[in-house]
Each structure stands twice: as structure tokens, then as C-alpha cells.
Design a protein around this ligand. Structure first.
Ligand code: PGA
Length: 261
């Protein structure tokens, strides 16, 4: 696991966007794993800028969302499929149909989860999976005590997560769905490169537990310690409880530029 500490959240965007640029240059038909939430928005803005100003193209790429609410109508603005189009994919050149998410409106949600894992596999697997982290260490909607080997499946949102997300539903928690379909931790672990971002003091404990603590379903993102290529990008605040910050800083400062993240 590589840990990169940046001064400010906005300093993470060019570092992560560069990994996408290198991937898409080497492999234009790459498969991207996309996260919603506020954390990756700076990266998406930088990718949109590179598309507009530097010709970065997603025309041959495909993308899979991490998760989706269950039961929100197809035209609901807070569906993650709508969110990602508004914040990122609608501003670049993905082909129609190239961006998909779990089917939160499926009658058979168990089958929909299974089909989603199969679709990722059929596409050749995810090349870069971008991830946020919850203050409780959740990864996608894999809440504490999720199976570390889990696949895409139905999960119940914790009251805390519903409360956190109520801000997108006019502050009314009763409007926030109770369930979601989420990629499992086992699904996420099959990505070739996992990049997890965490910003702000509210994430500091989760970053400490998941980066330097024991691998445990109590802190689901700790499973990334077992990933063969995981990069964690945090700002000073989110890094404030880490023990080995001197080592992380020295390693990144001494990294050969050809290597990338
Ligand atoms: P955030 O959410 O990016 O809005 O902080 C992250 C998460 O809950 O997974």
C-alpha cells in the first residue's frame, strides 16, 4: 500500500488524474471503476479539464459504478447513475451505454448483484477503481462487519450513513433509501489498481485504522492492505493520526517520476 500525503485536497487531483492519463494512453479501452460522494469530485474536475484542454479521451473506455440506491425512480436526481453523469461522465466523451451501475430497480436484487459482477468480469475487470472512505471505514456501501470476501449484493444503510446523505435529499432522512446494491469487498479487491482518497479530520481515525491497523471487517477499507496495488491519497488532516508519515513522505519524495502511482 502506497500512502501519499498532500497539503490540501486539491493537490490530490493531478496526481490521481495522471494515473488515468497514463492508463488511457496505454490502454484506450480501459475499464474504470467510479465512486460517487464528494471526495472524488476534484479528480473528476481535473479529468474533465484534461479532456477539454489536452484531448484526454474516454471514447473507448467503459465505467462501472461502485454502488446504487435501491428503489429510487429512474429519473431521480440523486440516483448515483444521475450523479456521476452530472459530475463527470456527461462532460467527457464516453459512448452512450458505456457507463453502468448496479440495477437498484431490479425485481430480483440478488440476481442483479450477481449479474453486475459477471458484467465486470466480462469487460475484462476494472483497471483503476477510485474509492472514498467513510468516517466509520466503510468502502463503497460495505459497512462495518461486511464480509471481507463479499460480492455485489444488497446492503442496509446504517442510520448514520442515511443521516449523512440526507443533505442530498432536502435534509429529510425519510427520503433517503434504506437499501443499496454495492460492489462487495471481494469485487473491489479484484480491481488492478485501487486508489482510495480521504480528506479532512473527520476521516483521520478511519485512515489510521484502515492503513495502519489490523485487517478487520470492523474497518472494511482495511482490506486494501491485502491489495497488490493500492494507493491511498490523503491530506494533512486525514493523515493526522498516522504513525509513519515521515516514511510515507520520504518514499513519495524519492519516487522516480517514470514510476507513476
Ligand atoms: P464522501 O463519502 O466522499 O462524501 O465523504 C465517502 C463515503 O461515504 O464512502
Amino acid at each position: 500500500m502506497e500512502v501519499i500525503i498532500v497539503d490540501r485536497p486539491e493537490d490530490a487531483a493531478p496526481i490521481v488524474a495522471e494515473a488515468y492519463t497514463r492508463l488511457l494512453t496505454r490502454k484506450p479501452a480501459a475499464v474504470l471503476g467510479l465512486a460517487t460522494g464528494s471526495t472524488p469530485l476534484g479528480v473528476y474536475a481535473e479529468l474533465i479539464r484534461r479532456h477539454r484542454e489536452e484531448g484526454l479521451s474516454f471514447a473507448e473506455a467503459r465505467a462501472f459504478l461502485l454502488d446504487e440506491y435501491v428503489g429510487l425512480p429512474a429519473d431521480h436526481p440523486e440516483r448515483y447513475r444521475a450523479f456521476i453523469e452530472r459530475e463527470f461522465t456527461g462532460h467527457v466523451d464516453f459512448e452512450p451505454g458505456a457507463v453502468v451501475g448496479p440495477d437498484g430497480l431490479a425485481e430480483d436484487l440478488e440476481a442483479a448483484g450477481h449479474a453486475y459482477d459477471q458484467a465486470i468480469k466480462a469487460a475484462g475487470g476494472i483497471d483503476i477503481q477510485i474509492l472514498g472512505i467513510g468516517a466509520d471505514g466503510h468502502l463503497a456501501f460495505n459497512m462495518p462487519m461486511s464480509s471481507l470476501a463479499s460480492r455485489t449484493r444488497l446492503k442496509t444503510l446504517t442510520p448514520k450513513t442515511r443521516q449523512d446523505n440526507a443533505r442530498f435529499f432536502g435534509g429529510d432522512i425519510t427520503q433517503v433509501p434504506t437499501h443499496c446494491l454495492t460492489q462487495g469487498l471481494g469485487t473491489i479487491m479484484e480491481s488492478r489498481h485501487a486508489i482510495m482518497l480521504g480528506f479532512g479530520r473527520g476521516k483521520a481515525q478511519a485512515i489510521r485504522e484502515c492503513v495502519e491497523g489490523a485487517v478487520s471487517s470492523h474497518w472494511p477499507a482495511s482490506i486494501l492492505q491485502m491489495h497488490p496495488h493500492a494507493t491511498v491519497v490523503v491530506d494533512d488532516d486525514a493523515a493526522s493520526q498516522l504513525a509513519f508519515t515521515g516514511y510515507y513522505r520520504a518514499t513519495y519524495a524519492g519516487k522516480p517520476t517514470w514510476q507513476g502511482i
